[in-house]
Ligand binder design. Structure first.
Ligand SMILES: *Cc1c(COP(=O)(O)O)cnc(C)c1O
Length: 457
């Protein structure tokens, strides 16, 4: 055992690797980090490793101290090709939407002030009109996220009542959002009808009682049922509901305003279609296919939206000023017809494969042997368009013969500043230019040079 070769905490703290941190960080805090590092070294010694030098421990303390004071979450480069990447913060904002959030954050704003008469205003005023114009709805409300929007809707309209849901739509979206659980939490009772693969209008009709509060439809955002299937369209459910005074609530999911078919993708339901079909309320996220900030948006009949606004939970799930400002800026891109130019996720979806390929070729030309350009698929991701992919191209880095192989290259890319997130296919590291923002080319190439190219030399 080499425990006695381990340096003391004092010896580590006086090492020159920590000299520049003196006076910057508290000594007791650095001593705590040193103890943690020494404890880890002890464990490695037990597994047969040698005792590290004082300087090696000091450098580890330095890295831990720097990591602890780096603002987090950090900006990363998404080279995975997954456009709405849940682990990487879903949709990146447009320049205008980012600036709107910064303006709202760094100064005062007329968040709840009517500038015309100087009286108190509603924060909802900033997005309501645009949301109504863009979806055709009578009324609109923005809250913290879509899970909150659905919960608020059920609490306000269906607590103590029965809510009829198709068995094929009692879904789990991920991250703990499950339709049956949300329903229970709202105080409503789930009445599931039909079967996993087929549900008919008569199934809903048979479930109606004097205590039916709503029909709830939910978009199966992250899976697809194929083959012998049947579901009831919103329009048909609305007709049935009207005869029995039961509102239809529709969790549309991704908040897609554009026809996805135009980009060679399957049809993604839009809030406009739900509104046109006459649903009572439609719910959707702000940071999926809408391409804006985290938000939950409710559009629909005025009388129902007002009931949500007045419910006590509305205050608990209200949208913050930064998200509201960037939501407004995002919606303005739709109004001005500049979605493909300005909203990053739609620019990524609309980029033709040849253009992605040209960018991958450009990267390859700077890296030399072992790098190639191969055909691949980019996923839309993020709880929208399940299983749908776009034809794409990637830079492929051969990793055979490198110590640690592709995994080691991935780790090197992640430890870069900024970290680069890629994927592995057939022992190669793939970097898909589709999701890499235009200004990220040179930091990406520097990262690849350090984590891969340099290992060949
Ligand atoms: C993503 C999703 C949600 C949750 O939305 P958040 O904005 O993440 O809270 C709820 N329902 C459906 C159908 C979804 O696709």
């Amino acid at each position: 055992m080499q425990f006695r070769d381990l340096p003391s905490v004092d010896r580590v703290l006086t090492d020159e690797a920590l000299a520049s941190l003196e006076g910057v960080f508290q000594r007791t805090w650095l001593a705590g980090l040193a103890r943690q590092q020494l404890e880890q070294a002890r464990q490695r010694i037990r597994q047969g490793e040698e005792a590290p030098s004082a300087s090696a421990v000091a450098q580890a303390v330095r890295r831990a101290a720097q990591a602890a004071v780096t603002v987090s979450p950090r900006r990363v480069i998404n080279a995975t090709g997954v456009i709405i990447h849940t682990n990487l913060g879903r949709a990146p904002l447009s320049k205008a939407a980012g600036q709107a959030a910064v303006l709202a954050a760094e100064g005062y704003s007329n968040l709840e002030l009517d500038l015309a008469d100087g009286r108190r205003g509603s924060r909802q005023a900033h997005c309501q009109t645009l949301l109504r114009q863009l979806t055709g709805a009578e009324a609109a409300l923005a809250v913290n996220n879509n899970a909150a929007a659905v919960l608020l809707g059920l609490c306000a309209l269906a607590a103590g009542k029965e809510v009829v849901v198709s068995r094929g739509e009692a879904v789990e979206i991920g991250g703990g959002f499950r339709i049956p659980d949300v329903l229970r939490q709202s105080g409503a009772t789930l009445v599931d009808v039909g079967t996993t693969n087929r549900t008919y209008a008569r199934d809903y009709a048979d479930a109606i009682t004097s205590n039916t509060g709503a029909f709830l439809k939910a978009h199966a955002s992250n899976f697809r049922v194929e083959g012998f299937t049947a579901a009831v369209e919103c329009g048909e459910l609305v007709e049935l509901g009207q005869r029995h005074k039961v509102p239809v609530l529709h969790d549309v999911g991704s908040g897609c305003f554009l026809p996805t078919e135009k980009y060679g993708l399957a049809h993604e339901p839009t809030p406009q279609e739900s509104i046109a079909a006459g649903v009572g309320l439609a719910f959707f996220s702000g940071d999926k296919l809408l391409g804006g900030p985290q938000a939950g948006i409710v559009v629909g009949k005025r009388e129902l939206v007002q009931r949500l606004e007045r419910h006590p939970l509305a205050r608990a799930v209200r949208i913050d000023k930064m998200s509201l400002a960037s939501l407004n800026a995002t919606l303005l891109h739709y109004l001005r017809g500049e979605v493909e130019q300005e909203i990053p996720i739609w620019r990524m979806i609309a980029t033709p494969p040849e253009k992605v390929k040209a960018r991958a070729e450009e990267w390859r030309s700077k890296l030399g042997e072992g790098a190639s350009v191969i055909a691949c698929r980019s996923a839309v991701g993020g709880g929208s368009l399940p299983g749908e992919t776009l034809p794409s191209w990637a830079l492929a880095l051969a990793c055979n013969g490198l110590t640690g192989g592709a995994e080691a290259v991935m780790e090197g890319l992640r430890s870069n500043d900024p970290p680069v997130i890629a994927r592995i296919e057939a022992d190669q590291v793939l970097l898909d230019p589709r999701t890499v923002l235009p200004e990220e080319d040179s930091p990406l190439l520097e990262a690849v040079t350090a984590a891969w190219r340099a290992k060949h030399d």
